[in-house]
Design a protein around this ligand. Structure first.
Ligand code: PLP
Length: 379
C-alpha cells in the first residue's frame, strides 16, 4: 500500500469490542486474566498496551521495518538502543548530533564503560579511521541538527556491515516520509516522535524500529525491563498525528524551500544551511536519498546581537526549543538545543552565536516570510 494508506490504517483495525474506528486510549495499568496463564495477549501495561502496540506496528510499517518499540521520549529510545551494547564496546557517532544525544553519550553512557568517537560521518574516511576492533555501532543523524549536513546512509551501512558493525540512524529530522534508512541498509532507526511524527507539539515520545528478530527480542526485553515506555495517551496522539504525516511533510517541503530561497537572497543573512539549495555541499546526495528536503533551516545572522534581535522581533514564529510541529518555531542552537556541546566543538561545527534555526511550519508561507523580513529588518 502507499505511504498515506499505511499511515492511516496499519495497526489500526476497528476496535474488536465496539467497532470504534479509532484505536481507543487503553488507559489501564493491568488486564484481567481469565485463569492462570490465560489472557487476551495483554497482562501488564509496561510490557504491552494495545494503544502502544498499535503505534509500534504503524511506525514499524512506515519505516519499512518488522519491529517497532515506543519509548517515553526520543532520548529514552536512544538510551534503550545503546543498552543493547555493553561495557567495553565502542560506538562511532556523528560529531554534530542533537546536543541531548551527545550529552547522553558523553556524560551518562561513558560512565558505564561504553566508548565513543565523535566524527564527521559525511566523510567515510573519518569513520573508517575511527573503527576499532571493539566498534559495535555507528550512530548517525542525517540531516544533522542544526547544520543540516547529509551523510550517505547507503555507503555508511556498507562500510559498517563489511566490519560486522551495526548502524543506527536518528531519522527525527526527515521522518519516514522523506527517507527510509532501513531500506538503505541501516539496522536501526531512532525517532523522537515528539517532532514530525506527532506533528502537533502536544506530546513527548520516541521509537526504535528494526528488522533483526534477535535484536528486536532483546530490545523488547530492555523496553520492559528498564520500563521507559510511551504511555497510552501519548501513543494515541502520535497515531493521530501520523495519519497526516504525508500531507504535512509535503507542505513542510514546500514552505521550507520557499523560506530557504528567500533567506538565501536576503541582505541581512550571511549563509543558509538547507539541503534543498543547490549551493548546499551535499545537495545531490540529499536529492538521491531523500524525498524532499523538509522544513528545517538554519541561517547565519553574523553575531549574537543580531540573532537576539531576530528572535526578539518575530511575531508569528515562536521562540522555542523543539521542531517538526505544524507551527513555526525559531531557536538559537548555541544557547538552547546545543548548549551542552562544548564551546570549542560548537565553533568547529559552525554552531556560532549568530546561528538561528527555524522549523518551518505549515502556515501560509507568505506570512512566515513577512514575519522574518520584519524581524531581520531590525538588525
Ligand atoms: N533526536 C533529535 C534529532 C532531536 O532533535 C531530539 C530532540 O530535539 C531528540 C533526538 C530527543 O528527543 P526527545 O526530546 O523526544 O527526547
Amino acid at each position: 500500500m502507499g505511504f498515506s494508506t499505511d499511515a492511516i490504517h496499519v495497526g489500526q483495525e476497528p476496535d474488536p469490542a465496539t467497532g470504534a474506528i479509532i484505536v481507543p486510549i487503553y488507559q489501564t495499568s493491568t488486564f484481567v486474566q481469565e485463569e492462570l496463564g490465560k489472557n487476551k495477549g495483554f497482562e501488564y501495561a509496561r510490557t504491552a498496551n494495545p494503544t502502544r502496540v498499535a503505534l509500534e506496528k504503524n511506525l514499524a510499517c512506515l519505516e519499512g521495518g518488522r519491529f517497532g518499540y515506543a519509548f517515553a521520549s526520543g532520548m529514552a529510545a536512544t538510551n534503550a538502543l545503546l543498552t543493547l551494547f555493553k561495557a567495553g564496546d565502542h560506538v562511532i557517532a556523528g560529531h554534530d548530533l542533537y546536543g541531548g544525544t551527545f550529552r547522553l553519550f558523553d556524560r551518562v553512557l561513558k560512565n558505564f564503560g561504553l566508548g565513543f568517537s565523535f566524527v564527521n560521518t559525511c566523510a567515510l574516511a573519518e569513520i573508517e579511521k575511527a573503527i576499532h576492533p571493539n566498534t559495535r555501532l555507528i550512530f548517525i543523524e542525517t540531516p544533522t541538527n542544526p547544520i543540516m549536513q547529509i551523510t550517505d546512509m547507503e555507503a555508511v551501512a556498507k562500510l559498517a556491515h563489511q566490519r560486522e558493525i551495526l548502524m543506527a540512524v536518528d531519522n527525527t529530522f526527515a521522518s519516514p516520509y522523506l527517507q527510509r534508512p532501513l531500506g538503505l541498509g541501516a539496522d536501526f532507526v531512532v525517532h523522537s516522535t515528539t517532532k514530525y511524527l506527532n506533528g502537533h507539539s502536544d506530546g513527548v515520545g520516541g521509537a526504535v524500529i528494526l528488522n533483526d528478530a534477535a535484536l528486536a527480542e532483546r530490545l523488547k526485553f530492555i523496553q520492559n525491563a528498564a520500563g521507559a515506555i510511551l504511555g497510552p495517551m501519548d501513543s494515541w496522539l502520535v497515531l493521530r498525528g501520523v495519519k497526516t504525516l504525508a500531507l504535512r511533510m509535503a507542505r513542510h517541503n514546500e514552505n521550507g524551500m520557499v523560506m530557504a530561497k528567500h533567506l538565501d537572497g536576503h541582505p541581512k543573512v550571511k549563509h543558509v544551511n538547507y539541503p534543498g539549495l543547490s549551493s548546499h555541499p551535499q545537495h545531490e546526495l540529499a536529492r538521491k536519498q531523500m524525498r524532499g528536503f523538509g522544513g528545517m533551516i538554519s541561517f547565519e545572522t553574523g553575531s549574537l546581537e543580531n540573532a537576539r534581535t531576530v528572535l526578539k522581533s518575530v511575531r508569528l514564529c515562536s521562540l522555542a526549543e523543539s521542531l517538526g510541529g505544524v507551527e513555526t518555531l525559531i531557536s538559537h542552537p548555541a544557547t538552547m538545543t546545543h548548549a551542552s556541546v562544548p564551546l570549542e566543538q560548537r565553533q568547529r561545527l559552525g554552531i556560532t552565536d549568530g546561528l538561528v534555526r527555524i522549523s518551518v511550519g505549515i502556515e501560509d508561507v507568505e506570512d512566515l516570510v513577512a514575519d522574518l523580513d520584519q524581524a531581520l529588518a531590525k538588525i
